[in-house]
Write a protein that binds this ligand. Sequence first.
Ligand code: NAD
Length: 250
Amino acid sequence: PSPGPDGVVIVTGAARGIGRAVAELYAERGHPVLSADLTLPPPLRGQARVKADVSTAAGRERILRAARELGTVGVLVNNAAYQGAHGGVLEVSERGWSRTLAVNLTAPLLLTRALVELMPPGSAVVNIASVQGLFAEQGNAAYNASKGGLVNLTRAAALDLAPRGIRVNAVAPGAIATEAVLAAIRQSQDPEQTRRDYEDLHALRRLGEPREVAQAVYFLGSREASFLTGAIVPVDGGMTASFMMAGRPV
Ligand code: NAD
């Protein structure tokens, strides 16, 4: 029997990056997928897709309507995130702070709540957190707070949805070689050095691939993970195994 879930797999922020890799992996393994993003995600082998801003009630309603047409929901992957509010505690704008929390923290709560009526016992939620939800990066207060919130929202939701037989877990990726991260490296002053700096954050001395995050998400959403709930799984090449960079004395 397939270890995967029954029902449609909903992936937010699925137009590119990690979300796209997650949607592709589920589609490849024969699961029906509903991809949602701010702009209509590119087609994926006849799978369903919807244009929706998860931070708005109207956007979440569009996802709910599309999901209803597909039947029950097997896995909800809360992946969409806003990463544009730069600045530390003394600089971050209120607007950027609010947008970050709305997309990265409030939307996963409200989308989970909206879809729960379609989620049978045995279904699962997988939240895409970050190593930056476990530890902070200087100058990135809003994102750090939103992902830290998502980590503990994952635990709260695991407790509150357990009576329904719905499991809730999260992954905490390290630096992943998405188009956005690769572009940031290319545009830096010294791309080779920047790449090495990123790599050296991880004990495995490389960036992760979007597909490696997708594989962990797939496992958490599957029946193979039937006794995992409220877990935060680092997919970080050993970054958080050490309090020193890649376990190396500085
Ligand atoms: P990305 O920017 O490449 O993709 C994010 C997608 O989410 C985009 O397609 C964007 O349009 C969509 N999105 C943004 N706001 C949205 C909204 N309000 N409604 C619907 N869709 C929206 O990002 P990524 O690097 O693939 O990151 C995916 C997830 O992984 C995020 O939660 C991010 O915080 C997390 N993450 C990424 C890394 C990394 O190194 N790339 C590391 C740790 C965690």
